[in-house]
Ligand binder design. Sequence first.
Ligand SMILES: Nc1ncnc2c1ncn2[C@@H]1O[C@H](COP(=O)(O)OP(=O)(O)O)[C@@H](O)[C@H]1O
Ligand SMILES: [Mg+2]
Length: 447
Amino acid sequence: MIQEEILVKQVKAEIPKIFAPLLCGQYRNKFFYGGRAGGKSYAFADSLLLLGRQKKLFIACLREIQDSIKDSVYKLLCDRISFYALDDYRILESKIENKVTGTRFIFKGLRDQDSQKIKSLEGVDIAWIEEAQTITRKSWEILEPTIRKDGSEIWISMNREEENDPLWVLLAAHPDERTLVVKVNYYDNPFCPKEIKLQAQKCKENNPDDYEHIWLGEPVRQGNTKLISTACVRKAFELKMSSSASPLVIGVDVARFGDDKTIFCFRRGRWCQRFEAFAKMSVVEVANQATFFIQKFKPRRLFIDIGGVGAGVYDILKDRGLAEVVKGVNFGEKAHQFDRYANRRAEMWDAINLWLNDVLTPELPQDDELFGDLCSVNKKYDRRGRLMLEEKDEVKKRLGRSPDKADALALTFAEPVFEAVPTALYQKGQISWEDMFTKQNGDAEKW
Ligand SMILES: Nc1ncnc2c1ncn2[C@@H]1O[C@H](COP(=O)(O)OP(=O)(O)O)[C@@H](O)[C@H]1O
Ligand SMILES: [Mg+2]
């Protein structure tokens, strides 16, 4: 018994103070991030081994991709078991068990999980997500509801990669009361080997940018590969406008697949007022929603993406006599300035960029998704030196969704819109339902 107490003390002494919250309940999510050699992996391993000796726990060590157990923290746990000579732990080929308490450690890659396989994680007490900067939004969305046992915890260790690391955005950027976020760097690690400190020092002298990223855990500075800089989007989030005399323009990005959402973006000149998102709407429902917005807000223009299913929505709106206001835009078609842009999409996105960088700062509604959409798209140039955007599939892989909000905003820039000529459709001040449904009066009752 005495020996046991000494052992526990010994392990606890090896866990730096900054990691103390790992050993007490209180938080559902424990998010530790920072640069190399902060001691995260060691502290997580030691804490789990300690807790697993106190009571029976089911512990899942997870990462995005695990081709073999060698990729996992299995080896580290084995090393720590042998370092402390914890002979109550039994090391098996692909798992670790505690002979006394029955605690079990398993090791899995999240990318290999589907909704069926993930069920095996439902009894997990503690999930440790290592290298969390590589976790995709999709993996997190499958995992989070699966870790559902009362009192279960998710431990996260991350070396930040970029500004928009999905788990960073989802959990740590604006943590809720159940989420603890702690930054830890090599200088917080009392066990950091001298050699490592020297390497850090060298890096600091020779390459300050690398130092900030590798050793201080700052996300990689955005190079000039991104079309839109995070700084200008942040600036647009700041300003507060309460009105604008500019004509209202609505951009509609229509959902292509079951998962995506149809987005309406409302913009008046420098002021982008709001976004409205609708999931799982049929073409007719989108058309009805658009009709409703036209009637209520009387936009000067409503630009709609007709590259995919949006074409159907456009046809319905045209048929309702709204063609004066509703204009179809095909992202893939030739740009107006075709010597500068590879297609309309690149041209409209660059219009957002120019708008954001205007001396008179515009305003955007503060929205993490919009931020991710705008700042994660890379720019490229075609052989004729014309600006183009990276393929949607690439963006989708990174974001876990398509940048629909930014596409909706881009659509508001399809053509310049001026106040000068009043729209005939609204000349009576109010559009009547009869005007709206010139050919489908029968439908009017539905409204
Ligand atoms: N409890 C500990 N005892 C001995 N060495 C430690 C301990 N914790 C950390 N270290 C040393 O610090 C280094 C960095 O720790 P690690 O957990 O790998 O950091 P991170 O996961 O934050 O990159 C390790 O390689 C090890 O040499
Ligand atoms: Mg580590």
